[in-house]
Design a protein around this ligand. Structure first.
Ligand code: CTP
Length: 398
């Protein structure tokens, strides 16, 4: 899969630069052509001679080749690339990339690249946790770049924490997977709902639930990885997508319905993963409800719209609608009833009775029940793997 691929390997000035030689070796061994672009400070950590010997090409780090008057075209290199990988990526280079500060060959090449960009940060734990680094990484994600999260472990400073560049084998795997993942959803637009909804009681309080959004975000990422254009309608969560997806942020169930109604007709499929509150508060107080009250205050609840059922009643023959059922008892019966009532094409059942499954956990155990009578049970897996099973099933139907 890597054979003949053009990889631009960007190396920046961090201790982990020595690991870039192993990564380069992996690319070359598997048949890729690699052009190394180094920042000037990377040369302090690893010699260009090592890298040009391994890649079989001169390393580029300056705009101009000394004394010859010829210059290196970042545009040509950027367009030549099938993928650009920056490993290690220091806080400085990440900051420059996020903000378009094109003062070296690596950042200019990045700005010219049309290919997918993979960034493997490496820095000390405090630099990694600094709000500016966090914000810059978020910006890069929003540009559609792929962040290969650093691992936790002992750092060059001897401190222990998050910031160690991911191992070359792992970085290689991510890029190979990118090239091998069948782009089975290319040309499709998929909407995913995720997270809880918050139903306001007063300016400081709400009714909510424990949904973390992890399952929906994993599904959105997986659809995007397979080439779909993804619209992720999300309630308030602290997770963020790792693939380029369009996030539409909402708070209440009624706002979620409005966003879904706006997008659904333009989509080939919708996966309804959000834990929408069943009720909203009809008598929201404009001011904070005080503890001292002449009588115990009461909140009047009204039924939230059933978003999945609303979309189910208007979906076209070409569209697919997928629901979830989180049950505590009578699981199969309840799920089948929801499948019918909401006019879904299939429903993903997870039971709170299964250990290590459901809300706010990293794992899940699911059964897919199809409107065609299918019933497929899967084992307990991380939600990222569960997402693959669900998207496999969806791709088949699409
Ligand atoms: N759902 C929705 N809008 C709602 C409630 C649920 O779109 N107001 C969707 C969920 O995203 C999920 C499916 O419907 O895909 C089932 O959600 P669930 O909460 O299990 O079903 P309810 O219909 O709310 O039934 P109950 O709470 O009584 O189990």
């Amino acid at each position: 899969m890597m054979k003949g691929k053009h990889i631009v390997l960007g190396i920046t000035g961090g201790i982990a630069a020595y690991k870039a030689a192993s990564l380069l070796r992996l690319f070359v061994k598997n048949g890729a052509e690699v052009q190394v672009v180094m920042t000037p400070s990377a040369r302090e950590f690893i010699t260009p001679v090592t890298l040009s010997a391994l890649s079989g090409k001169p390393v580029i780090s300056e705009f101009f080749t000394a004394n010859t008057g010829s210059w290196n075209s970042h545009v040509d290199i950027g367009l030549w690339a099938d993928a650009m990988v920056i490993a290690p990526a220091t806080a400085c280079t990440i900051g420059k990339m996020a903000n378009g500060i094109a003062d070296n060959m690596l950042v200019t090449t990045y700005l010219s690249a049309k290919a997918p960009v993979f960034i493997a940060p490496a820095m000390d734990l405090d630099m990694m946790a600094h709000p500016s680094t966090v914000a810059n990484i978020e910006k890069l994600k929003s540009y559609g770049n792929h962040i290969i999260e650093p691992a936790s472990g002992e750092l060059a400073s001897h401190l222990v924490g998050k910031g160690r560049m991911e191992e070359p084998e792992r970085i290689y795997e991510v890029i190979e997977r990118y090239f091998t993942t069948e782009q089975s959803l290319a040309g499709k637009r998929i909407m995913v709902t995720a997270g809880p909804t918050y139903e306001k009681i007063d300016p400081v309080r709400f009714i909510g639930n424990y949904s973390s959004g992890k399952m929906g975000y994993a599904i959105a990422d997986e659809c995007a990885r397979r080439g779909a254009e993804v619209v992720l309608v999300s309630g308030p969560v602290s997770v963020s997508p790792s693939m380029p997806v369009q996030v539409v942020k909402v708070e209440s169930g009624r706002q979620m319905l409005a966003a879904c109604e706006e997008w659904f007709d333009k989509c080939d499929a919708a996966v309804m993963c959000a834990a929408v509150a069943d009720y909203y508060v009809d008598n929201v107080s404009d001011v904070k409800i005080k503890r001292e009250h002449s009588e115990i205050p009461s909140i009047n609840l009204k039924k939230n719209p059933d978003i999945a059922a609303t979309l189910g009643s208007r979906k076209s023959a070409k569209q697919l609608l997928v629901g979830f059922a989180l049950e505590t008892d009578n699981e199969m019966e309840n799920a089948r009833e929801k499948l019918r009532r909401k006019n879904l094409d299939f429903i993903v059942l997870n039971s709170l009775r299964d250990a290590n499954s459901g809300f706010a956990t990293d794992n899940n155990t699911i059964t897919i029940i199809g409107s065609n009578g299918d019933c497929v049970k899967y084992g307990n897996k991380p939600k990222t793997e569960v997402a693959k099973d669900i998207v496999d099933y969806l791709s088949e139907l699409l």
